[in-house]
Design a protein around this ligand. Structure first.
Ligand code: GLC
Length: 524
């Protein structure tokens, strides 16, 4: 139940819309903003409080919009400013908030600033907006340091200067087409402030801030002590590319802009695991919320899950911030696949959804999670994620979790689009998982999610800021949320007895008071 004295986001259910894959309204095979508007009724009925839209700004789409060429306009692929305004207004009419994705660490190489930097040459003010350096070695033919790109290969690319000769190198922690900005240059913050105010003035309710532990870089750009190419989910606390102290001054400046919009929320993508280091991002004058990815990284293992919950809580308690929980997003494998695939993987995913939705704070549900979608196995030729090319075809990338939503009917594109030529192919076997079929089925994953979210929003047992772990049989996790809810997860091999109480909801069948493996239950 919502407490009016707390900010709206403090216990919100956020729903992540991957705009390319939610609903296509113009038949080009790619989802768009009018498509999202058309499906708001579905989201309202699911019970979500707020949307997070992955980037929809102008972009050549080298990394599906995380390469922004104009941060203050909508890419024609998704619509235009009027479509964004329509979506925001329609969501607000239904009582839902809309947050966008902000990409402050880098721009697209097509951004006018980067094009000007290339043209202007070494030493120019234009180059000082990015991180250009002379190369190492006698003729500057070696990259300035040993940093790797998250997507594979070196994090540096050499440019050709106006005289046609090989010249300086520029830094890109992600794709070659995503040059990192130089946050020591005051112009960079000034432009970000314009972008923030541009959208907040139009009525947007906040931002998810991409790579919020990036931005600042150590001035001398020291080598990485360990070079490990597989990233996003790797341990990065000792990595000079991220979590530089200077980043906190940037967050404080961003927060001062947000303070002019007291209802708006800033949610950072913070891949930092040390609790004290993480907590610094959510101090009262920095981000409102930070994604804590411990639950995503935990296997389906009682000790791992307990550890993820306890540490996520402990981190925010250090600074009195609000916890966040997420099991999935567009960068990771979907839960049913991650937890083993098939019926067992799905059962575990549903059990974990109950764990997540029992926890205090803000939760994030990724589109399709409520349908129990698995990762899709895509053929090589369908892959679009730059990770596939950049890794020399050794990592398949993240496309498998980005496939369009199956809405209705018996064959692709399942009402997602008018064309069967969707930007990623939808597996035909998802005919069993469509929204239409699941809405009609009281035992579907979607019905289960709707009931769970409804309880979370309406019952007072979900209120209360703390969680207490209780003793429980081996292989299980039992916690008591301070509002009164008890959540039991059985990640072991045999059935376990349920504690005293009335079962409010279970992710599988409870027989004679016993909870089977791969199942969770809520008790009041
Ligand atoms: C974040 C996004 C990811 C993107 C990367 C570069 O990690 O979630 O999808 O590729 O940043 O912007």
């Amino acid at each position: 139940m919502t407490d009016p004295s707390r900010p709206w986001w403090a216990d919100a259910v956020f729903y992540q819309v991957y705009p390319r894959s939610f609903q296509d309204s113009n038949g080009d095979g790619v989802g768009d903003l009018d498509g999202v508007s058309a499906r708001l009724g579905y989201l309202k009925a699911l019970g979500v409080d707020a949307l997070w839209l992955n980037p929809v700004m102008v972009s050549p789409m080298a990394d599906n919009g995380y390469d922004v060429a104009d941060p203050r306009d909508i890419d024609p692929l998704f619509g235009d400013l009027a479509a964004m305004d329509r979506l925001t207004a329609a969501a607000h009419d239904l009582g839902m908030k809309v947050t966008m994705d902000l990409v402050p660490n880098h721009t697209s190489s097509a951004h006018p600033w980067f094009q000007a930097a290339l043209a202007a040459g070494p030493g120019s003010t234009q180059r000082r907006r990015y991180i250009f350096r002379d190369g190492a070695g006698a003729d500057g033919a070696e990259p300035p340091n040993n940093w790797l790109s998250i997507f594979g290969g070196p994090a540096w690319t050499r440019v050709t200067e106006a005289d046609g000769r090989p010249g300086q190198w520029y830094l890109h922690l992600f794709d070659v087409e995503q040059p990192d900005l130089n946050w020591e240059n005051p112009e960079v913050f000034d432009d970000l402030e314009r972008t923030l105010r541009f959208w907040l003035d139009r009525g947007v309710d906040g931002f998810r801030i991409d790579v919020a532990h990036g931005m600042a870089k150590p001035r001398d750009l020291p080598d990485m002590p360990i070079v490990k190419p597989e990233m996003l989910l790797a341990e990065m606390d000792d990595d000079p590319r991220f979590n530089d102290d200077g980043v906190h001054e940037i967050h404080r400046r961003i927060r001062r802009v947000f303070d002019d919009y007291p209802d708006a929320v800033a949610i950072g993508e913070v891949w930092v695991y040390d609790n004290e280091q993480f907590a610094r991002y959510v101090r009262p004058d920095e981000l409102h919320l930070g994604f804590n990815f411990r639950l995503v990284r935990a296997g389906f293992d009682a000790a791992d899950i307990r550890d993820a919950i306890e540490n996520s809580m402990a981190a925010v308690e250090l600074v009195g911030a609000t916890p966040t929980w997420t099991l999935a997003n567009h960068d990771v494998e979907r839960e049913p696949t991650r937890y083993g695939g098939g019926p067992v993987g799905l059962a575990r995913a549903k059990a974990m959804a109950l764990v997540m939705l029992a926890l205090p704070g803000a939760v994030f549900v990724y589109n399709g999670e409520e349908l129990g979608l698995p990762n899709a196995d895509l053929p090589d030729e369908a892959l679009r994620d730059p990770v596939w090319e950049r890794s020399g075809h050794t990592r398949r990338g993240r496309d498998g979790s980005r496939v369009p939503m199956p809405w209705q009917g018996d064959a692709p594109p399942f009402g997602f689009s008018d064309t069967a030529d969707t930007w990623l192919p939808i597996p035909p076997e998802w005919s069993a998982l469509t929204v239409e079929k699941q809405l009609a089925d009281p035992s579907s994953t979607l019905t289960f999610f709707r009931r769970a979210i409804e309880f979370r929003c309406q019952r007072s047992e979900f209120d209360g800021p703390t969680v207490e772990m209780l003793d429980s049989p081996a292989g299980s996790v039992v916690f008591h949320a301070s509002g009164g809810l008890v959540c039991v997860l059985n990640a072991g091999d045999g059935a376990i007895p349920l504690p005293e109480g009335e079962v409010l909801l279970a992710s599988g069948d409870v027989v004679d008071g016993a909870l089977p493996p791969d199942t969770a239950a809520w008790l009041v």
